[in-house]
Structure formats: C-alpha cells, structure tokens
Design a protein around this ligand. Structure first.
Ligand SMILES: Cc1cc2nc3c(=O)[nH]c(=O)nc-3n(C[C@H](O)[C@H](O)[C@H](O)COP(=O)(O)OP(=O)(O)OC[C@H]3O[C@@H](n4cnc5c(N)ncnc54)[C@H](O)[C@@H]3O)c2cc1C
Length: 365
C-alpha cells in the first residue's frame, strides 16, 4: 500500500505495533478459518475505541476499504482482504470490562473470545447463552455481527436475544450507541447480523442467564438421517423443549473420527446430542420423556448424568479440529507464518476435559 497512506495510519493510531505491513502479519491476516481470502495491503491493530475512530477516518479520507476481522471463523466470507484493502484486526480489544452478577450483564470489548467470557462467568454461575460450536475461536463481536446461534439456540435463542446495547463506529468515524431499549426502529437489531457491512462494534453489553441447577445429556444413534430428524420433531411434539440439540451426519461423525476418538458410533447415519436442564425434578421429567422418544426410534441411546460423562459425550462435537490442522500436518515449512497461525488456533482447541483421551490437534501423523 502507498507509503503516504501507511504513514497517515501510523500517525493517527496510538502505540507501537498498531500498523503492520510486514510479510508475516499480512500473510497471517490473509485467510479466514476456511482458508479463503487474499493478502491485505495493511493490517491495523487498534488498542482502543479512539484507535478505531482514527483508523476509520483515515480510511475514509483515502478511500481505503476496511475489512474488520476478529476470530475469522465466520461462514459468510466476511473477512475478504485484498492488496488495496486494510484489515482492522480487533483481537487486541479483548477485555471483559465488567461482570454484574446482580443485573446479570457483562460489558465486553468486541474481541473477547466467547469461550474466555464463559470461563470468566463460570465462577458467578452465569453463562452467555450464544454458544456457537466455534466458541473457542469466535469473538463476542463476531457473534453479534453474525447473529451466531449454537446448540442452546432452541431453548435460549440466538445472539440477537442477548444483546442489550452496543457502541459502534460508523464509516465517517461517528461513534453511536444503540440500545435494545431505544424507541423507534430496531437499529440495534439491524446491526446484529449485518455481517460487517454497517459499522465497527467497539463495545457491547450482553445479557447473561444463570446456569441451570441440573443438566443431563442424552445421545441417540440412527440408521437414517430421516429417522433422526423425525425423532427431534417427535420430542418437540411432546411439549418438552431441550436446552440443547445438536446433530451430526455420517460424514460429520467420520470426519471428526479422523482427528479425535470421539466415541461416536461410526456405523450410524446420524447421531443427535440432547441436553435437558432445569431443577432436578424438571430434568427427571424431561429426560424421561426424551429418553422414551429416543428409544422408540434410535438404534442406540446413551445417557450422561454427571458433568464428567456429559463432557465426554459432547467432546467430539464441540472440539471440531480446524481444516487448517490438515494443512499444518501437510506443511513442510514449520516456520511459515501461516503455519504458526494455524498452530495457535489449534492450541486454543486443545482444552481437553478430564479423563478424555484424544489425538492432539496437529500432532505429527
Ligand atoms: C468450527 C466452526 C463452528 C462454527 N459453529 C457455529 C455455530 O454453531 N453457530 C454459528 O452461528 N456459527 C458458527 N460458526 C461460524 C462463526 O464461528 C460465527 O459466525 C462467529 O460468530 C464468528 O465470530 P468471529 O470472531 O470469528 O468473527 P469474524 O469471522 O472475524 O467476523 C465475522 C464478520 O463480522 C465482522 N466483524 C467481526 N468483528 C466485528 C466488529 N467488532 N464490528 C463489526 N464487524 C465485525 C467481520 O468483518 C465479518 O464480516 C462456526 C465456525 C466454525 C469455524
């Protein structure tokens, strides 16, 4: 990118290391999780809202497109850079600013990783409901901008249902605050799920919910995907709403098994993982209903009644290895920046629950 523009960004952003044009950083920011993308002309790493404002103003002045990037795990090709574009990497804005157990809210910077927020909430027995399977990679800002859901969406809703207010920077550098309580059109709702097209989110206040006193998990294996789908319908038909429902088809089961011994039946056409939560009495009632329906249709039913058993049952599904792990295994250059980036992402996924044996992601073949 033109030296004048690089100098303008460098002069406007605070601190060292906020503007990068070195090959390694450009390469590291060129691809998304899925391996798509091109090398940007410049990478900006703001440390504050004011840095974001400054970057946006310089970009507007010079007609440079900004590509906002956090976990880069989106499925909508939202972080497509190019030589004439600047990536604005929000991973340095990664602070949980406040957790208020009384009002059950958290104020966060956009680059906070969903999993890290959940870790900080756990001692308060609170949870941020949006739980995309990518929680260990995806930022809360990315969850908001993609309106992410997850296994718990059926009972607890998607990200839209848990955002109370945001601060965001518009394309001309104006800072706006939007709240779910605002009168008039639902502007906050328009921003949620806007896939990076409207504004750069610099802060959010999200709603939390208490962790249910009891959770139990069940798994059904099915000889056909149709039988699995009909079973889920039959469960919903009983009036019981599971806390979480997740599905894996044959290709998914076998794909995961190549990386991790999931323990899932590799001869099944589909498996369904189901959580029920609530008080002990509610869980006894709901688990009995779900188990009865599963046993009518499934070739095998498994139950996990305690946390350890539950962690093992869900582990394979929630720790999907990155496609890049295969690339990393195949790569002969251990020092290339993309390889280093790949290993960093994989190491985030290597949080193994107790008593689970698995093949480490990116281990040598
Ligand atoms: C293995 C895997 C499993 C997944 N499972 C799920 C799932 O269960 N449910 C689901 O909904 N999704 C899932 N996803 C998709 C993805 O993880 C989510 O969309 C996630 O919310 C993206 O967050 P991110 O931090 O990676 O955002 P990024 O990919 O970095 O960005 C997403 C979009 O938002 C923009 N953006 C990012 N941060 C900001 C910001 N602060 N302000 C403005 N724009 C911004 C980017 O420009 C881009 O357009 C999965 C992805 C993977 C790889």
């Amino acid at each position: 990118m033109d030296d004048t523009i690089v100098s303008a960004f460098t002069a406007a952003l605070q601190g060292s290391d906020t503007v990068a044009t070195d090959k390694a950083t450009l390469a590291e920011n060129s691809k998304d999780y899925w391996g798509f993308g091109q090398q940007p002309g410049l990478v900006l790493r703001p440390r504050s809202r004011d840095d974001v404002v400054a970057a946006v103003k310089i970009a507007a002045e010079h007609g440079i497109s900004l590509v906002t990037r956090a976990g880069a795990s989106n499925c909508s090709a939202g972080v497509m850079a190019g030589a004439d574009r600047a990536v604005i990497d929000l991973t340095q804005l990664n602070q949980v600013l406040d957790i208020n157990p009384t009002s059950r809210t958290a104020r966060v910077q956009p680059g906070v990783i969903n999993f890290d927020l959940q870790q900080q909430l756990a001692p308060h027995k609170l949870v941020f409901s949006p739980d995309p399977v990518s929680a260990h990679l995806a930022s809360v800002g990315g969850n908001i901008i993609e309106n992410a859901g997850g296994p718990h969406a059926l009972k607890y809703g998607v990200t839209y249902n848990h955002v109370l207010s945001v601060e965001a920077v518009l394309a001309d550098g104006t800072v706006i605050n939007l709240s779910a309580a605002d009168d008039g059109p639902d502007l906050l709702g328009i921003l949620i799920g806007s896939e990076g097209t409207l504004a750069i989110l610099t802060e959010a206040t999200v709603a939390l919910r208490p962790i249910a006193p009891v959770t139990r998990s069940l798994m059904g294996s099915f000889s056909t995907a149709r039988a699995a789908a009909e079973t889920i319908s039959a469960i919903i038909h009983t009036g019981t709403v599971p806390a979480a429902v997740e599905w894996l088809d044959r290709a998914g089961i076998n794909g995961l098994q190549q990386f991790t011994d999931t323990g899932y039946p590799t001869d099944a056409d589909a498996i369904v993982l189901i959580d029920v939560d609530g008080t002990a009495a509610e869980v006894d009632r709901d688990a009995a209903i779900v188990e009865k329906v599963l046993r009518q249709h499934a070739t095998e039913v498994r139950r996990a009644d305690d946390d350890d058993a539950r962690a093992k049952l869900w582990y394979g599904r929630l720790h999907a290895p990155t496609p890049s792990c295969t690339a990393a295994k195949a790569s002969s250059s251990a020092t290339s920046p993309f390889h280093a980036n790949t290993f960093r992402r994989c190491s985030r996924q290597s949080r193994t629950p107790p008593n689970v044996t698995r093949t480490p992601c990116c281990s040598s073949p």
